[in-house]
Design a protein around this ligand. Structure first.
Ligand code: GTR
Length: 336
């Protein structure tokens, strides 16, 4: 009996020690998580006060809130981590965890994305958003995985217009001979060539000095970018031809995402979706503010009433696309 009691109390001691140490371990682990969150980096080309960057920041805030501070996404604005194409490469091999980029340079990595940035593709901003938030947008986000990216969400890009330092451009022929900077995208080179101008692919951060020194005569972008980069100060002819809407995308590195639990991956995706309305709202406000600033700054704004001659010039570019891109273009056009 005495022996049995001894064994029982001995067992009780072992059990209570195990529990105690279990509690201690859990406590230590919880404590450790509090002091050591998972810190991930997001690369952004625009400055901190730009609507898209604020959209990134809202995304990061939602992730922090919904993981109780376990996951912190640090937003690096103003190309601190590099220009878009170089950043995309780094995301692909896991050196940068996230980036918000234009799909133009991304399409060199995943060519089917060209379908989303064809000139004069969307009937309106609403048409584009119906595509992005519908089945096509979802499939495209998912299609990035074999290339090493996880598609997270979309942001508003605005419509892009040509601008230059030489002369007012009313019709495609007026672009003849001008050296126009494009994003690092084969499709955009083709687009500018089809319009009769000389295309110069160049990183965004080099465009201002390119315009200033005359290496290029012009470029193309939306109102907020034309204004925020001060390009309007060195290239004052802005033609509202609205040739493209090139969706903005947030992508993650597959390598970084795979280190997170499925639940956390879902939180991240949902947070990006929930940041969209905020970014779109800020975008709409900034478009107006940028337009006002550029007009007040003395830019000459050329309205394009008939876009038919511009669209005509794009036919060959559409015809040149590979079959999968053509099929997707058709699906996009059919979206209501
Ligand atoms: C902006 C876009 C940037 C960048 C830039 C460019 O509209 O938001 O991500 O792609 O255009 O022309 O390089």
């Amino acid at each position: 009996m005495k022996k049995l009691l001894l064994v029982i109390s001995g067992l009780a001691l072992v059990v209570s020690m195990t529990f105690a140490s279990g509690t201690q371990d859990q406590g230590a682990a919880a404590g450790a998580k509090e002091v050591k969150p998972i810190v991930l980096r997001l690369a952004e080309t625009h400055p901190a006060d730009y609507p898209t960057t604020k959209g990134d920041m809202r995304f990061a805030e939602l992730v922090k809130e919904r993981t109780n501070g376990r996951i912190i996404i640090e937003v690096y604005p103003s190309s601190q981590l590099g220009q878009e194409k170089a950043v995309i490469e780094q995301v692909q091999f896991g050196a940068i965890d996230f980036t918000r980029v234009s799909i133009s340079p991304l399409a060199s990595f995943v060519p089917v994305f060209n379908a989303l940035q064809m000139p004069y593709l969307y009937r309106s901003e609403e048409h584009m958003w119906n595509v992005l938030l519908g089945p096509i947008g979802k499939e495209l986000l998912a299609s990035l995985e074999p290339s090493g990216f996880i598609g997270i969400g979309w942001f508003e890009p605005g419509a892009r217009n040509f601008y230059n330092s030489k002369r007012p451009v009313y019709k495609p022929e007026d672009l003849a001979g001008l050296k126009i900077r494009v994003q690092e995208s084969e499709l955009m080179v083709g687009m500018v060539q089809a319009l009769g101008a000389a295309a110069t692919p160049m990183p965004y951060g080099e465009v201002y000095s390119g315009l200033q020194t005359g290496v290029i005569d012009g470029a193309e972008n939306n109102w907020p970018s034309y204004e925020s980069t001060s390009h309007y100060e060195v290239a004052k002819y802005y033609t509202l031809d609205g040739h493209t809407r090139v969706p903005e995308i947030i992508i993650a590195s597959k390598i970084s995402m795979q280190k997170l639990s499925k639940e956390d991956q879902e939180i991240i995706k949902q947070a990006a979706l929930d940041a969209i309305p905020y970014q779109r709202q800020l975008w709409a406000e900034r478009e107006k503010a940028s337009e006002a600033k550029v007009r007040a700054g003395g830019s000459i704004i050329i309205e394009v009433t008939d876009k038919t001659p511009w669209q005509e010039k794009m036919k060959a570019l559409y015809a040149k696309q590979p079959n999968d891109v053509q099929a997707l273009i058709k699906q996009i056009q059919d979206v209501k």
